[in-house]
Design a protein around this ligand. Structure first.
Ligand code: ATR
Length: 265
């Protein structure tokens, strides 16, 4: 039986095992997908055990190891290299390869409402690992301008060199909300809370990478029909991993979203 893991420092609550279990059943596959919690100080030692364990076809990587894992595996694909983060690692004949499907998950998630989405100005709040995959995807989606806001300005200075990307201090966010076509939260906090005095309705489309609860405080500032949910990114980033490890393209259906819906109310 093939086995896969999701590794991270806080994966007990991860919904990925539920997604995989749903697809195992859907495709009548006998497989295993387990959360494996790792403390940052034990990362190298624990990872070594996984890499040496028999029957492991791969593992997903989540916070805070998406960047660190790169040094410990044999190779990475071109997307991960450009993003600087890996969210899934697979065993191949040539060794362990790291790939990134977060950007694919994000692209698919925003395209759920593509008919209503003007791909002109995107506002990205936060600049951590997830944000880098989001920016990569926005470029691939041909957004004309990507404005990246961060509390710590030093971390985004270098983005000035990138064509179509403007780094801005988070304190100026309010001035840019009106003209944004898509506003994306990639932080664990709601940056809008401190800058908008009441729950004003912003006209842009909104995406929150935080998927639990589904209706986050950040999303509550936007029209209900303009909200895009982090849970779809989670599902869409998982599908290529399942396909690579278990050889079947899983179907992403309403039954899966209904099941997950119960866990993110
Ligand atoms: P991930 O890798 O999951 O994206 P991360 O690397 O910890 O997470 O990044 C978190 C992002 O959220 C950072 O941009 C961080 O801002 P700083 O670079 O200034 O630390 C941002 N962030 C976290 N808490 C925040 C808060 N309370 N207000 C604003 N930004 C916050």
């Amino acid at each position: 039986m093939k086995k896969a893991y999701v590794i991270g420092s806080n994966v007990k609550e991860s919904l990925s095992p539920l997604i995989f279990k749903y697809w195992f059943k859907q495709n009548k596959i006998v497989g295993e997908y387990l959360p494996r919690e790792i403390e940052p100080e034990n990362f190298n030692e624990e990872l070594k055990k996984i890499l040496e364990e028999g029957g492991v076809c791969g593992f997903n990587v989540t916070m805070p190891f998406k960047e660190r894992v790169i040094k410990e595996i044999d190779m990475v694909d071109e997307h991960s290299k450009k993003i600087g983060a890996v969210n899934f690692v697979s065993k191949t004949e040539n060794g362990w390869i790291g790939q990134n499907t977060d950007w694919i998950g994000f692209s698919k998630a925003i395209n759920i409402k593509r008919a209503a989405l003007n791909k002109k100005i995107a506002v990205v709040v936060g600049y951590g690992g997830a944000s880098k995959a989001v920016i990569y995807a926005l470029k691939k989606e041909n957004f004309k301008e990507i404005k990246v806001f961060n509390r710590t300005e030093e971390k985004i200075h270098h983005l000035k060199k990138e064509r179509g990307v403007t780094p801005i201090n988070l304190k100026h966010l309010k001035d840019h909300l009106l003209e944004a076509d898509l506003v994306i939260n990639t932080t664990p906090a709601n940056a809008l809370q401190s800058i908008l005095t009441q729950k004003e309705t912003i006209k842009s489309m909104a995406f929150d990478i935080v998927y639990r609860p589904e209706e986050t405080d950040f999303l509550s500032y936007f029209d209900k029909e303009k909200r895009l949910y982090g849970i779809s990114m989670l599902v869409y980033q998982a599908a290529p991993c399942f396909e690579e490890w278990f050889g079947v393209k899983p179907s992403i259906d309403q039954g899966l979203f209904d099941l997950l819906g119960d866990y993110i109310k």
